[in-house]
Design a protein around this ligand. Structure first.
Ligand SMILES: Cc1cc2nc3c(=O)[nH]c(=O)nc-3n(C[C@H](O)[C@H](O)[C@H](O)COP(=O)(O)O)c2cc1C
Length: 312
């Protein structure tokens, strides 16, 4: 498993441990599983959920379904990516009882986004997760070097025609970057949050918040929750690890909306640290991918294990 800034930071946090400081009064942190999001739900959620990764079909044709059925089995949340190789409807059919959220990118052609939103609503998805840190993609040098594109037997499951297959070719560098640059709307602003809220009744979660200032704007513009995320450190070099950004954001938000975190969550103690710093729930990305890509059952076991932590 690769280690990036997020995982490293979780290993070292907290950075200011004091030695020889009479710690005899310390007690273990108390954790209450009182997650109540979305607010209108009666159900208490597990503390760990599935981050939305794109094009999971590259790893193994059934990874998307493995993740959704594992989430269903564990009663946790599954987030489907806009640019997944499985469609909204396929996932809804494969895991009808999973709590499903839909991760959204805003396309230049707003009808594309409108269509995704209404299909997610129809298919019973419970929230929209707008990824706000990727209006355009970072220079993923390996993707450029390798001329990354989707093999011809795979396509983006949520679309037809060019929107589905443009990613199967790389003209000058990375096919993924070319897809994003030509189709995603890089001009989105906070006003587009208003637009999004006007076209859906689903709660809106903003994923990719890293500063208190942006967290406050998220509240001002009506987000139901935020995910403190740096896209698994895949977007911008030298940004802070999410565990480092979390506590300042928690202070600024001051309980007004729920805060979730992803990035580098690899073991129970990472979950505990995030909860201690104010997150209501964490998401995991790569561990679920690697688990499902390797052995279907291993991933199920892994999420059961996560579920164990969620009920402590
Ligand atoms: C292969 C891969 C594809 C991803 N695709 C998306 C995506 O389509 N949309 C998105 O919001 N985040 C995407 N992410 C970021 C994850 O949702 C999540 O923020 C990140 O993986 C969390 O970090 P972790 O992998 O350390 O748990 C992707 C991550 C990976 C590893």
């Amino acid at each position: 498993m690769c280690h990036h800034g997020n995982t490293g930071a979780s290993y070292i946090w907290p950075p200011h441990c004091q030695i020889l400081n009479d710690n005899s009064y310390c007690s273990p942190p108390h954790i209450s599983n009182s997650g109540s999001y979305p607010p209108n739900s009666q159900k208490n959620f597990a503390l760990m959920a599935n981050s939305p990764p794109a094009i999971t079909g590259l790893l193994n044709g059934s990874v998307g379904f493995c993740r959704s059925s594992a989430a269903q089995g564990a009663g946790t949340i599954y987030v489907l990516s806009t640019i997944s190789t499985s469609s909204i409807e396929e996932v809804a059919e494969a895991a009808p009882n999973a709590i499903k959220w839909f991760q959204l990118y805003i396309y230049k052609d707003r009808n594309v986004t409108l269509n995704l939103v209404s299909r997610a609503e129809r298919a019973g998805f419970k929230a929209l997760v707008l990824t706000v840190d990727a209006p355009l993609f970072g220079d993923r040098r390996l993707d450029i070097k390798n001329k990354f594109s989707l093999p011809s037997h795979l396509r983006l499951g949520n679309f037809e025609g060019e929107l589905s297959t443009k990613i199967n070719n790389a003209e000058s560098g990375s096919g993924l970057n070319e897809y994003v640059m030509s189709l995603f709307d890089a001009s989105v602003t906070w006003n587009d949050i208003k637009w999004l809220k006007s076209i859906t009744k689903l709660p809106l979660v903003l994923k990719g918040i890293l500063t208190p200032q942006d967290a406050l704007l998220a509240i001002e513009y009506g987000a139901a929750a935020i995910v403190v995320s740096n896209h698994g450190a895949r977007q911008i070099d030298t940004i802070p690890a999410t565990i480092e950004a979390l506590s300042e954001i928690t202070k600024a938000v001051n309980g007004r909306i729920e805060i979730y975190m992803d990035g580098g969550v690899r073991q129970g103690v990472d979950v505990l640290k995030a909860l201690a710093l104010g997150a209501k729930m964490v998401f995991v990305g790569r561990p679920m991918l690697w688990g499902c890509a390797t052995v279907d059952d291993a991933a199920r076991d892994m999420i059961q294990h996560e579920s164990y932590y969620s009920h402590l």
